[in-house]
Design a protein around this ligand. Sequence first.
Ligand SMILES: [Zn+2]
Length: 660
Amino acid sequence: MSSPRTYFASTPIYYVNDVPHPGHAYTTIAADALTRARRLQGHRVFFLTGTDEHGQNIERIAREKGVPEQQYCDGIAAVFQKLWDRLDIRHDRFIRTTDEIHRRGVLKLWDRLVSARTPDGREAVYRGTYAGWYCPRCEAFKDEGELKQPGNLCADHERSCEWTEEENFFFRLSAYDKWLRESITGGAIRIDPAGRRSEVLAMLGQGLQDFSVTRARVKWGIAVPGEPGHVFYVWLDALANYITALGFADDNPFYKTFWVGADERLHLIGKEIIRFHCLAWPAMLQAAALPVPNRFFAHGHLTKEGRKLSKTTGNTIDTDRLLEVYGPDAVRYFLLREGSFGQDWDFTDDAFFRRYNSDLANDLGNLVSRALTMVVRYCGGRVPSPAQTPARLLLAGRGGGAAAGVFERYEALDFAGALAEAWDAVRDLNQQIVRASPWEMAKDPARKAELESFLYALLEEIRWATLTVFPVMPQAASRVFRMLGQASKEPGPDDLSWGRLVPGSALGALEPLFPRLERPGKLAAPAGAKEVPVSEPPASPPAETTQAAPPDAGRVDIADFARLDLRAGEVKAAERVPGSKKLLKLQVDLGDETRQVVAGIAEAYAPEAVLGRKVVLVANLKPAKLMGIESNGMVLAASIGGQPILCTFDSDVPPGTKVK
Ligand SMILES: [Zn+2]
């Protein structure tokens, strides 16, 4: 992999006017995953997040609640910190703008700004009068054209803006137009995605306005030296956190290493705050003769079920509930896998549930459980001893090469792409198991060396796949490492070499990775609980497809019958289940989804004979595992003398049609 580099990465600091919003979790999870991917490769990283706690809004909210401002801020900052703990966020510092280290840093930056000169030789900070329409909620003056009429309303808050005049200090942003344009077009300041970069360049095209950096009407803030009654305005106060947190005030070694000396100074931001981040902040640093950020990534917004997130309408993503039901790894995985990080995307509970069951419980969970169960069974729970050198054993030509591709995707903040590549490997390994049929090798003592080599390579491949998803799912990955008998420490660059598993070493205890869910929000029994041993066919054919209903004198009423979801389905793929005479694995098209069903019909039907056939499927049957293969539903058949005869339709019906 690449030689060690030094990285600074931050989220915005979040305003404590309210408890965390799902968007905050989104940015912070992304920053954490990027940071973990970099640490894993041996890079030096500093990951900063925190809270923005000053301003008129906080003054007002604290007053309404009847508590001192600091006490109010402490309460909300604690809620953020608790959420980051629950989401497994490993930041290096949580900065609060009410911290003393921040106050001293802001004063030092101010000192530099008041004596700074613009490129054309004027004072970078000057005293001026500001008059305009002011929205106290936004803490910003609004252009006349932005207001909603009648009533001079703030478009965001639907509240009247106040005509305000005050004497403030201004930062001469207009003097940095040319420098900003050259820095951005020349690549010294990289802004992604490209659409956001164009947007920032368009802002430059409209001409930059100087902006005021102090406020005369606010008390809750950092006092401006020598100007009684003035505090620093939010954009100077808040933006400065990126350097104050590193110990800028005292020229701390962290500041020197992770800001001045960093190869990359990256700010992750939401697309709504690009103006001040990509223009005002670099210009202020340039004026103060300090290193400027060299990379910005502005992510898109989330909607829920197609509608804007809003606390008032109740259309929110309930992070607490998701964490309770699915755990932090699944939340992190879904947010980074489902949408493209730079784009807007829509969150649905249904998609969350489906990805949880298919990607996590089924693909990854099954891979790990199948592989380890075989190693326990065939190799006494110890890492197998391959006949060849481990370096030669690549099941899918993956290992290091493919992992490098995944880490490149992380570097590009293409989390969905990184995870898609990792899942290609996971699915491929599942197929390799079926193709190689190790349970067949296990029956023949002459094939022992072949079996051990295959299982060794399989475990190594799983270890590699796990390394690549570790940045997004640290807890699940750690569980896999433990099961593989690896020391419980955060993985590092040493782990990124092929053949780290020591033949003969003991595996850890097997544990479920992602318990399957029966329906959204309800956890099923832990994965593996219903599992049939992988090497032996079940004692009798699966009852659901070949046996008549149990003799039961009682009749069911219509309500009981209505609980069954019977559907017409079309068989799209069929293959024999290795090691079983009776089972076929079917992929059944139900119109809006494809179901995998294991059916006990192989003695009567060859796989080719059922392809394209219309069948009747019990669609809401609890999932079960047969020979380690998941079955999601049951195909109806009659049974004559033990021979199954499939139920079908006497004229054509589209897949998914309800059967009553
Ligand atoms: Zn407003």
